[in-house]
Design a protein around this ligand. Sequence first.
Ligand code: KIV
Length: 281
Amino acid sequence: MSGKPRKVSIERLASMSRRGEKIVMLTVYDYPSAVIAQEAGIDIVFVGDSLAMLVLGHESTVPVTVDEMLVFMKAVARGAGTPLLLGDLPFGSYLSPEMAVTNAARLVKEGGMDAVKLEGGEEVCDIVEALVRRGMPVMGHIGLTPQTSSPHGGYRVQGKRADQALKLVRDAQALAEAGAFGVVLELVPSEVARVVTQRVDIPTIGIGSGPHCSGQVLVWHDLLGLSDSYGKHVRQYADLRGATLEALGRYAGDVRSGRFPDEDQTWHMTDEEREIFARTA
Ligand code: KIV
């Protein structure tokens, strides 16, 4: 029996992870991309605060607000109903459990998200508990946490030392105990990601953390080659920047040389109307 594909649920993600079936997550920021991501069968469509840099042109994720995130979430929710829709709580929007509950409820109610993501380990577990208690599913995010990365030495691999790696294992376990349904591991050594994945009973989603996670996430612009620089963890599946530059260059050349538009892109009056027009104009 064919029909509408079934909505991806948190239970489905958990059972995929138990069966060893990899979860595919992708950042998506607008309506047309959401339509394509759904058609491609992406499991988790994630409106990440990376849009602060990639779409809004900020230097970091810090300045983006809940109101700004909501504009993108609404557009994505209009385009994709089947994947699990995950919305990022931006920097400063979950400073207390009460604040987190208020803002997360907006992402769900106004933004159309199914679940929210926040950064941090043991220190955010009270917030995770508060959200889960009020019916809002939460994904954690540990390792490199871009919202607070500058004070910790910028964008680099986290947990290379054994004590740091042990802290990551504890963070992931604490998030799972607090009720998180999954956890992103960003820029963590592969052997650490493997142990974290073995020790928690929730899916781990890796980015730059090797192949042992329950799933992987990539950023839209990185995957499609729309960025101007790429980390080692990125595999570029297309060169849309190159293709776009080439198309824009051809368009500009055609306009300037008079080759665009031609008869194929042009409408005409009927002979009769043209004659009347010529007589009366
Ligand atoms: O906002 C984002 O794009 C992220 C991914 C790196 C997981 O948090």
